[in-house]
Write a protein that binds this ligand. Structure first.
Ligand code: PMP
Length: 392
């Protein structure tokens, strides 16, 4: 049979580095190798019991049919209400749409707002799907670099220098994947000022880790701080991280009504509604009390700290303290070995699974997850120490 002629679009998609590493790790584990996996991008606990009960009740009640493409009105209203109460932001249900994970919210947004050649400024290190999704919508990712010594704080001067007449979006993501950085109010206000100076630029604010914060750290939604820019800020959020509902595939997009309308039309011709009974579970998730998140955050604080202290004590590693999400993003001793080679060697020689920084646009770093037990974190730190001693 002749070879398939894939579309240019399909050919432009880079295969996921993370999937390659985990395939290899699974193979080694199947061969009986002792593996320590610190690559998880998801919480290690189950979704809250109330959410599971509400979802299964919805199935038994027959809430299993097609629904509106933009999501159930009750859930859209509950999310709008969350913004009114928690973020002090005047959001109506027409400003909200329910998507198949936060991922689809970003995908839809770029599809409905980007034209060929439009530029999207992405601060590095970035969540790995942003550049791919920009390209899939015909856009061009433009990167603005930051330094590990600055804790990967966005370099405002560099960002400004990347703005051109073609700039359509700036992406911000706080708390950040992969660095765990939480942006301060002042930094967010600087971004708002840039948006004011450039009235044609939209901001995508990815707030999916909103609830995973170190004690005494706050999350500020950019729209709350810059109400005048509300029509140009698009908020991405979802249930995956805070409520441990990654596989449930439910997220949402908040933004101007006309964009939500266009995005719903796109969704109506592609995936249609998000699973109807999962939306009932999400409705219940929004009722979960703050105590639940305090307990979860206590666990993460303790694990994040264990990881951070351990990394500080490994010779040659540079690490700034992460204050949110469940990752640390240390810089390796020097650039004599790429992050991909380093992670391959860590896996091959010591059974340690990490994510190479190259996937996030920072080839001198590795991403380490603490969404796992203390024992695994300690074990992983030991294996990391051995890999560093062997290769540097
Ligand atoms: N944004 C960021 C920063 C993420 O880390 C992730 C998930 N890894 C997503 C968006 C996508 O989330 P979801 O699983 O809801 O699609």
């Amino acid at each position: 049979m002749s070879e398939v002629n894939l579309s240019k679009r399909a050919l432009s998609i880079e295969p996921s580095l993370t999937l390659q590493i985990s395939a290899k790790a699974n193979q080694l584990a199947a061969d009986g190798v002792d593996i320590c996996n610190l690559s998880a991008g998801e919480p290690d606990f189950n979704a809250p019991k109330e959410v599971i009960e509400a979802t299964s009740k919805a199935i038994f009640d027959g809430f299993t049919k097609y629904g509106p493409a933009a999501g159930n009105i009750d859930l859209r209203k509950a999310i709008a209400n969350k913004f009114q109460i928690k973020n002090n932001l005047n959001v109506e249900f027409e400003n909200v749409m329910i998507t198949n994970g936060a991922k689809q919210a970003i995908y839809n947004l770029f599809q409905v707002l980007l034209n060929d050649g439009d530029e999207v400024i992405i601060p590095t290190p970035y969540w790995l799907s942003y550049p791919q999704m920009v390209r899939l919508a015909g856009g061009k990712p433009i990167f603005t670099n930051s330094s590990a010594e600055d804790g990967f704080k966005i370099n405002i001067k560099d960002l400004k220098s990347k703005i051109s007449l073609k700039t359509k979006f700036i992406i911000i993501n706080s708390p950040n994947n992969p660095t765990g950085r939480v942006m301060s109010k002042e930094e967010l206000l600087q971004i708002a000022e840039i948006a004011r100076e450039n009235p044609n630029i939209y901001i995508l604010s990815d707030e999916i880790y909103e609830l995973i914060l170190k004690k005494d750290f706050n999350h500020y939604s950019l729209s709350t701080l810059a109400n005048d820019l509300k029509e140009r800020i698009f908020i991405i959020n979802g249930f995956a991280k805070g409520w441990a509902m990654t596989g449930w595939r439910i997220g949402y997009l908040v933004g101007s009504k006309d964009v939500i309308k266009a995005s719903s039309a796109l969704q109506s011709q592609s995936t249609s509604n998000v699973c109807s009974f999962v939306q009932k579970g999400a409705l219940e998730a929004l009722k979960i009390k703050n105590e639940f998140f305090s307990i979860i955050n206590n666990h993460y604080d303790q694990r994040r700290n264990l990881l951070y202290e351990g990394l500080k004590n490994i010779n040659g590693i540079y690490i700034q303290e992460p204050n949110g999400a469940f990752y640390a993003f240390p810089r390796l001793p020097n650039a004599s070995i790429t992050s991909v080679d380093f992670c391959n060697k860590a896996l091959q020689d010591f059974g340690l699974v990490l994510v190479p920084g190259q996937a996030f646009g920072a080839d001198d770093c590795v991403r380490i997850s603490c969404a796992t037990s203390n024992e695994k974190i300690k074990d992983g730190l030991n294996r990391l120490k051995k890999t560093i001693s062997k290769y540097y």
